[in-house]
Ligand binder design. Structure first.
Ligand code: C2E
Ligand code: MG
Ligand code: MG
Ligand code: MG
Length: 287
């Protein structure tokens, strides 16, 4: 009986495995095709300055709906693209799309909105990373001053001389630099004062628990204090409630990003959001 049961179990896993590897094969083929045909769109999530009560920028987040797979989340296809190296051509398509949106906003007379883009480790590590992103930015007549690069701790973990050099060069060109998902990597803090950083983005896993857990609150409080001592501004990610905003304000956090203000939205909706935000400026109190 046990044997029988074991075999069924095995058959079940085998089916799962077959299904997963089928999906993976399809994912790879579809992703290659999508990159060639540039069939991605970009959504933008506003970032709000607590002190100024203004939209101080947006984060660009890639979206993909495939004919065969339907909507695939970046949480699934980005790690896969990193494993296969497809992240490099994919990131260039994303940057092109962002530049095109920036140009469109400019043509519509909207004053330049700073845009942050996520940079994958493998992409950043390419020897010609700087040249290649600069070529795209220049091709579209965009300004590096308007762009911010979000790097994770994992990407800059090594704290090597070559990473420092690369970041300093980017900074001189006008790009702003932030560390994304701060607090989730197992990295040392030694890079914080060696790198030319503009922002630390506190990972949403901390933000989620600050109102319930005193020790999470203590950690966030310390991160903000430390960042400010180093003249780095702090963005809280994944902020969903008014209580979280209140607490973050008390802790002197600079910038809020999360569903509380807006989900990531398409470019056209973003322009409506910006317009409405201006209209309601006088009566607004974000808390
Ligand atoms: P991330 O850069 O840390 O982006 C934040 C993620 O949190 C986004 O998920 C965003 O939609 C989500 N989010 C924002 N506010 C809230 C909130 O209040 N509550 C909750 N529950 N979630 C919130 P998304 O768009 O699914 O992206 C996931 C990750 O995929 C990103 O994490 C980033 O690491 C990667 N990614 C997304 N777009 C790109 C891209 O264009 N290039 C690269 N290299 N990676 C990207
Ligand atoms: Mg990010
Ligand atoms: Mg993040
Ligand atoms: Mg994240």
């Amino acid at each position: 009986f046990a044997k029988q049961n074991g075999r069924n179990q095995y058959a079940f896993y085998f089916d799962e495995l077959k299904r997963d590897s089928k999906r993976l094969l399809l994912l790879e083929a579809e992703l290659r095709k999508a990159i060639q045909q540039k069939e991605f769109s970009i959504h933008y999530q506003p970032k709000i300055s607590i002190e100024k009560q203004e939209i101080i920028g947006v984060e660009a987040l890639v979206r993909w709906t495939s004919d065969k797979l339907g909507t695939v989340s970046p949480g699934e296809f980005i790690p896969y693209a990193e494993e296969t190296g497809l992240i490099i051509p994919l990131s260039e398509v994303i940057l092109e799309k962002v530049c095109m949106d920036i140009i469109e906003w400019r043509m519509k007379g909207i004053s330049d909105i700073p845009v942050s883009i996520n940079i994958a480790a493998l992409h950043f590590q390419q020897d010609d990373f700087i040249e290649r992103i600069n070529t795209i930015v220049m091709q579209y007549n965009c300004s590096p001053q308007q762009l911010e690069l979000e790097l994770t701790e994992r990407t800059v973990m090594k704290d090597s001389e070559s990473i420092v050099k690369k970041l300093i060069k980017l900074k001189h060109m006008g790009f702003k630099i932030s560390i994304d998902d701060f607090g989730t990597g197992y990295s040392s803090l030694s890079y914080l004062n060696r790198f030319p950083l503009n922002y630390l983005k506190i990972d949403s896993s901390f933000v989620k628990q600050i109102t319930a857990l005193k020790d999470k609150q203590a950690i966030v409080d310390c991160i903000i204090l430390m960042a400010h001592r180093l003249h780095i501004k702090v963005v809280a990610e994944g902020v969903e409630t008014k209580d979280q905003v209140k607490l973050l304000k008390e802790m002197d956090c600079d910038i809020i990003q999360g569903y509380y203000f807006s989900k990531p939205i398409p470019s056209t909706e973003l322009l409506d959001f910006v317009e409405l935000w201006e209209i309601h400026k006088q009566e607004r109190n974000i808390l």
